[in-house]
Design a protein around this ligand. Structure first.
Ligand code: PAF
Length: 304
């Protein structure tokens, strides 16, 4: 892996690869890699020739009272992980390199999909995400870009932006990756005290209960949202922010369960704000449940 710091080097690496007939795979990250990030690198490695991982804790997607300063960072460990995953290029820009004129006057805003769910409590977040991802897409050029489904709303918003702006990028959604006990992998799990980490299990357990209810024939949105509220409500260390059923593509609220829907949730556990979701595809009495994959222990994703 080569580590580069400038936009010019990034453009050169990607252009040279394409000129010699190689495809480019992009994995945008904020670092502090876990098995979820590694699974994105593996997907890029399997499908493309030049794998570029970007590592940038993007200040514009954090609100004034959020965890920008505390966000976990460990460049040495991340460089080792990138090398282990056979990444070709690790792009680690400074804030000045990404935003040389300070806060940009031009931003990218995706309407509607950004108003509810996480957008309700994080009003500046998605404009920061779409603006930095559009910049990365512009720097890298034609490529496939890999994002995890844990950040389900983020993925839907980036897919919408890419379609709306005809960006030459194939956005690939990859499975949510769980710890062996079911907790969704997140860099923010590093904030959890041991008893909070234990309590966080209730989130994935409540989603499993929802999946079981829907497989068992439940089709009422309010009832399944109630299952999550009731289960999580029994765990005093976890404060549920939302648990909502939405259309998986448009994120429009759904009253009845059919087609492909997501039940997405966010919750505060200690200092961490955690996300999780289950995607359900319902055709008559048939239900496909997508709860992602569990790691088999040493960071290797395995089917549940
Ligand atoms: O998901 C993340 O880590 C970030 O939101 C992203 C997509 C790298 C943009 O900063």
């Amino acid at each position: 892996v080569i580590t580069i710091h400038t936009v010019e080097e990034l453009r050169r690496e990607c252009e040279q690869a394409r000129m010699s007939g190689r495809t480019v795979g992009l994995v945008p990250t904020m670092g502090f890699f876990h098995a979820g990030h590694r699974s994105l690198m593996q997907a890029a490695r399997a499908a493309t020739d030049l794998v570029v991982v970007t590592l940038f804790v993007n200040p514009t997607q954090f609100g004034p009272n959020e965890d920008l300063a505390a966000y976990p960072r460990d460049l040495d460990r991340d460089s080792d992980a990138a090398r282990d995953e056979n990444v070709d290029v690790l792009f680690v820009p400074t804030v000045e390199e990404m935003y040389p004129e300070g806060a940009p006057l031009t931003t990218v805003h995706v309407d509607r999909l950004t108003t509810g769910l996480c957008g309700a409590s994080r009003p500046v977040h998605f404009d920061g995400v779409t603006t930095v991802v559009a910049k990365l897409f512009s720097m890298v050029g034609r490529c496939s870009a890999y994002f995890g489904r844990k950040d389900f709303q983020q993925l839907a918003v980036i897919q919408q932006m890419t379609r709306d702006l005809n960006l030459p990028v194939d956005v690939v959604g990859c499975p949510l990756v769980r710890e062996p006990d079911g907790v969704a992998m997140s860099s923010r799990n590093a904030y959890l005290e041991p008893e909070e980490r234990e309590a966080a299990r209730v989130l994935s357990e409540s989603l499993r209960a929802v999946a079981d209810a829907v497989v068992g024939g439940e089709r009422d949105t309010a009832t399944v949202e109630g299952i999550v509220r009731e289960r999580v409500g029994r765990e005093p260390r976890v404060a549920l922010e939302y648990a909502e059923v939405r259309d998986a593509r448009t994120l429009v609220p759904r009253t009845e369960l059919d087609g492909t829907v997501v039940l997405a949730l966010a919750a505060a556990v200690g200092r961490a704000r955690l996300l999780d979701n289950v995607v359900l595809t319902i055709r008559g009495s048939h239900v496909d449940v997508d709860l992602g994959v569990r790691t088999g222990g040493r960071g290797t994703p395995a089917v549940p």
